[in-house]
Design a protein around this ligand. Sequence first.
Ligand SMILES: [Zn+2]
Length: 328
Amino acid sequence: MDFRKAAVRIAVALVALAVGAKVQAQSFETIAPDLHLLRGAFAPGQQPDGNTVMLRGRRGWIVIDSGRHEAHTQAILRHASASGVPISDIVNTHWHLDHVSGNALLRRAYPDVEVHASRAIVAAMDGFLANYRRQLATLAERHPASPEMPNWVAEMARIDHGVLLHPTVPIVENARRRLAGRDLDIRLSTDAATDGDVWVYDLASRTLIAGDLVTLPVPFLDTACPSGWRRVLEELDDQPFTRLVPGHGAVMDRKGFRRYRAAFGRLLECAGRGHRSAAQCADAWVRDLGDLLQTDEQARARELLDYYINARLRGPGASAECDQPGRR
Ligand SMILES: [Zn+2]
């Protein structure tokens, strides 16, 4: 896979996603006892933050994903500090910058925190992220007066955190772990949205925290192996959850997730059939999701799917990334 092209794609897709989107307040909502959600913001002209889930255990907070922008991570720190309970563990669902960048700030505030994540970020730092950084540096050099400059500089600074974003406790297999005194099933999938997707099932609350294996308004296919991703959605469905927290978007119940999963399968089938246009497949996606998608998200969903179907599901690189660890 051509890292440079991939980096352009992710940058383009994420910027497209962000432009014109709503600003959301940075505040936590309680979705179950001792389980709080901070929705990732999509501010106009900014790249998004992933959702953050904070689970309270007997010995501290477990933070699942730490956000991209400092304001998001500061909200996490305030939430912990107001409770008087320290952050003991971070779990990163995958290495994208909207989910890991806040690790640096959290580790500065809590130097003993353990970071549980796939090792895929180590290869991404030398591959995808290194190339993305070079692209940003070139843009900054060529367009010094661009209004985008602060965003480019901030993205480069996030990548420059380097090993601060790496795991201290790598996740290399599926396992039940007790973190902060709380029992979690932690699973690793290596061929889905990225080559190292971690998902977490919290036994006490029957909540599945899916990271970017489930995202609205569309699946973000920039670094994905679509067929592997579809298989992982079946595994998710086998878990006994009653609510699912996606990487972006609102909490779903099982019925909502089933609808998402079915729509995902139909999207791949539609894209695989040559006689349906990208617009027809996007229309079907919007129809299949129904009220999982708010009316004001439908236009963006169509726009993103037009791009993903042509560039990722039908492009020359379609599925070429599957089974090649470290290359996405
Ligand atoms: Zn994300």
